[in-house]
Design a protein around this ligand. Sequence first.
Ligand code: GH3
Ligand code: MG
Ligand code: MG
Ligand code: MG
Ligand code: MG
Length: 314
Amino acid sequence: YITKENKQAYHYLRRQLERLPRNENVRVLVVDDSISSRHYVSALLTRHKYQVLEACDGIEALAVLKDNPDISVIITDNEMPNMRGEELCIEIRRLYTDDDKAIIGISGVETENLSTRFLKNGANDYLRKPFNAEEFYCRLSQNVDMLEHIQTIRRQANTDYLTSLPNRRYFFDTVKKSLKARHKKELYGLIAMIDIDHFKQVNDKYGHEGGDAVLESIGQAFAQFFPNDLVARLGGEEFAIYFKDTVADHCKERLECFREYLEQSSNELTEQRISFTVSMGLAAQVTTDIESLIKQADERLYQAKASGRNRLVH
Ligand code: GH3
Ligand code: MG
Ligand code: MG
Ligand code: MG
Ligand code: MG
């Protein structure tokens, strides 16, 4: 018959089974100088389908991390030659953001306050050897869940919900960094501002859903025409492109090509076959100041509007 305990065990096992397919995408690095402990932990991980990498000390661990940036969890012993696990934690936290990797410390030798030191140095969790396999799986999957939640929230914070394009926040953060690098090499920063023409009329004629469909479809068209550049929805029906590695002349041609494509075929993008055009302003400056580039692009966009719309001013 079903007791409370075996009901809990049943639910636990079901949850673990549901996790197995997901675990296949989780890479775990096991760091331990003892071959037998390392293999024991690796075997536990493999049994639950995690992808396992191994290192015999902190130095090797840092090299493996460098070669495999997608490792998300590090399980480390403490007593090891060259570098102790608690020191490895400090190094990992210095090199990688704490929402990128989780660290679980393990040790059989419980020196004073070791668990506290591990946690203070940036570990997320600590297990004492010998440990219980179920507890190990629970702590590991909780840490993986936490990383995934943070990544989801970060992705959502940087993405426009309607078009799935990067949003204003992501655009400004990324472009500011990139402008610094381009400025050092004395290269132009290039930004285009794009605004849909008479978009209010689209909403008036086709309703808000029609307007939304246009925004979604232009988002996809942007992604196709400018796959290697940063295209963002800055707000409303206004978009910006930051050109990563190119010269002003190429940008002009490609923007012109995009404008022509919309003029001729925008109606193919939506079910309601809504035609629309865009106006664009392109700015080019050797600068680290994103505001000044945006201002120039905006002024040129305004000129494009004032001189009849459906055109690029550069
Ligand atoms: P112009 O050619 O001068 O740019 O004219 P316009 O009508 O495009 O510009 P205006 O700034 O007057 O109007 C922009 C409109 O975009 C008003 C607003 O209701 C609409 N809009 C902004 N965001 C959204 C959205 O997310 N969905 C929909 N459907 N409409 C939006
Ligand atoms: Mg050891
Ligand atoms: Mg507009
Ligand atoms: Mg307007
Ligand atoms: Mg506008």
